[in-house]
Design a protein around this ligand. Structure first.
Ligand code: SF4
Ligand code: SF4
Length: 134
């Protein structure tokens, strides 16, 4: 199973320390989907972690004990195409390119298979065409 997490951090070596710990101590497969680091070294990382559910849980508990804020991403994003104005405001915010301009229809579409429910797009939509269904 793969699980997706948001990790908030305030030190610049987070990428190495988190992925190294998950691989070396838990034999998990972490994949960094996106990392935004501010000038002071703080930021957020979106991480996909592949492994047995209980091992992933232990691994992320360990990451939390290292001082990072860990939140599992869940739920399903719903894109209401009738309500959508196709303004494209949400497209550039999507770390997995799940929101995209469809060249044939010239409309903004959502690929639900790649969406990690990170919620980055939700507040960007002025007409509330994107919603999180829990
Ligand atoms: S921000 Fe809202 S209206 Fe604009 S393309 Fe995205 S879903 Fe559609
Ligand atoms: S929640 Fe929105 S921004 Fe995040 S991956 Fe899904 S479509 Fe992209």
């Amino acid at each position: 199973m793969d699980h997706k997490f948001r990790i908030d951090f305030n030190e610049s070596n987070v990428l190495e320390s988190v992925t190294y710990t998950l691989v070396s101590e838990f034999n998990l497969i972490p994949n960094v989907l996106r990392a935004d680091i501010d000038g002071d070294g703080s930021g957020i990382m979106l991480l996909n972690v592949i492994g047995e559910d209980d091992v992933v849980a232990k691994g992320m508990e360990r990451i939390q004990k290292m001082g990072f804020i860990v939140k599992e991403l869940s739920g399903h994003i719903y894109h209401d195409e009738d309500r959508c104005w196709n303004c494209g405001g949400c497209v550039s915010l999507c770390p997995t390119k799940s929101l995209y301009h469809d060249k044939e229809s010239m409309k903004v579409k959502l690929n639900i298979k790649t969406c990690i429910a990170c919620n980055a797009c939700i507040n960007s939509c002025a007409v509330k065409a994107i919603q999180l269904e829990l």
